[in-house]
Write a protein that binds this ligand. Sequence first.
Ligand code: RIB
Ligand code: CA
Length: 307
Amino acid sequence: MTQTTRIILDCDPGVDDALAITFAHGHPGIELAGITTVAGNVGLDKTTANALAVASFIGAAGTPVTAGCPAPLLRPALDARDVHGESGLGGAVLPEPQAGPASGHAVDFIIGTLAAAPGEITLVATGPLTNIALALRREPRLAGWVRDFVIMGGSAGRGNTTPAAEFNIWADPEAAAVVFGAGWQVTMIGLDVTLRTRPEAPVLSRMRELGALGSDLLLPALGQYKSVEGDPAVHDVCAVAYVAEPGLFGLVPARVSVETRGQWTSGMTVTDFAGAEPNALVAMEIDTGAFWDLVLGTYSQVAAAMR
Ligand code: RIB
Ligand code: CA
């Protein structure tokens, strides 16, 4: 009997967020209790519409989608349309969703859901951490209510948006500083491992065998998901794959501090592996072959259920 982990996925769909939603819905060991959206790759209206469209398309229309913050805590909202396309889903064009967003705000959904099930739910964030920071500010006990807290974000080495900063942290450094300073353990699935998950030709050819999931979502989305370094990685899928199979990753305790004032280094996750008081487990290793087998096996289950 597979042990099931209930998660809330806070995200900014976004091509790789869409693939993360699909994985979370399809993996038998994950129960997707809710999706919350935040501005990031594209504006909040589009990240929310994309989350609804993806959930409806893959057969997860019953999963509540609740919209959150339309902008970072202090800084202007900047986006990554150059990477994810104008819509935020690359070249994927999905049918209108069967349902609209849930009423209320994502911050209240996160607080209310975790308060009702303390210690039972893993919070996963794959976008800027604005919603998470405001939830912590509003209800500091949140840090003790999560079963685990996992992010796609940061880097112990170079960034991808600037030489120093990874996009999710760069987009809202003040929020990230609140999150890493909240007294909980952050499992940081950063660029150190996610950059090793660029979908190569054998992966893409296996996606072609997945019916409408492959032809209407995965392949068109990935087909127009580009960045300066070429075909970017499926960063966010790594965070939910960690929840499903943590043994695929090698994590190292570290003290992670977020730079918020540097002219050239704002959004840098300064990672001290010799730090006296670790506040994070930083992913430094990934079994890439096993990762893709897990992901594609999960997608094939989603595809079969869609037929
Ligand atoms: O740096 C990669 C991260 O930024 C991913 O979450 C991607 O979706 C973008 O939000
Ligand atoms: Ca994202």
